[in-house]
Design a protein around this ligand. Sequence first.
Ligand code: PRP
Length: 170
Amino acid sequence: MRRVVYDADEIARRVAELGREVTGAYPAGDLLVLGLLKGSFIFTADLVRAIGRPVCVDFMVASSYGAATTSSGNVRLLYDPATDMAGKHVLVVEDIIDTGRTLQRLLSLLALRQPASLAVCTLLDKKMAPPIPEVRFTGFACPNAFLVGYGLDHAERYRHLPFIAELAQE
Ligand code: PRP
């Protein structure tokens, strides 16, 4: 059983607004939109079409790993974008922030590449993690529930759903 949390129309309206916010925030310079796969594949595709200024688009694949007995992990880039980031405005696109660990570690890696600026646009934020200053654009402050759809998965299922739903516990 699932409950729809954000339907397709609600998502489309918010993504259009985010596109306008991003457009206004970057009046000049090279803007590189970096989607974090896999969860952000649909959001990134919709967001870049809502941005009314030139952008370059690339993706990253990150993998969290580390000792299972510790609360801290590590993030390794399985696909590292070929694009040179030096001197460019880099906007990382994330689907959801939960503990914030993925993003925190990724941001420290990307900061080493000397972008002109480094910011994050996340569709969903559970607001459970300590605030991350780079998170400049947020779609929805979402419930602390297991959400699927619009890119988000449970065991690789449900990513294709055009809405976001809460996966009910059996
Ligand atoms: C999910 C999600 C975020 C991350 C959020 O990715 O897409 O990237 O977890 O969690 P955190 O804030 O606690 O780090 P996942 O590792 O499930 O991979 P996916 O994007 O391929 O679904």
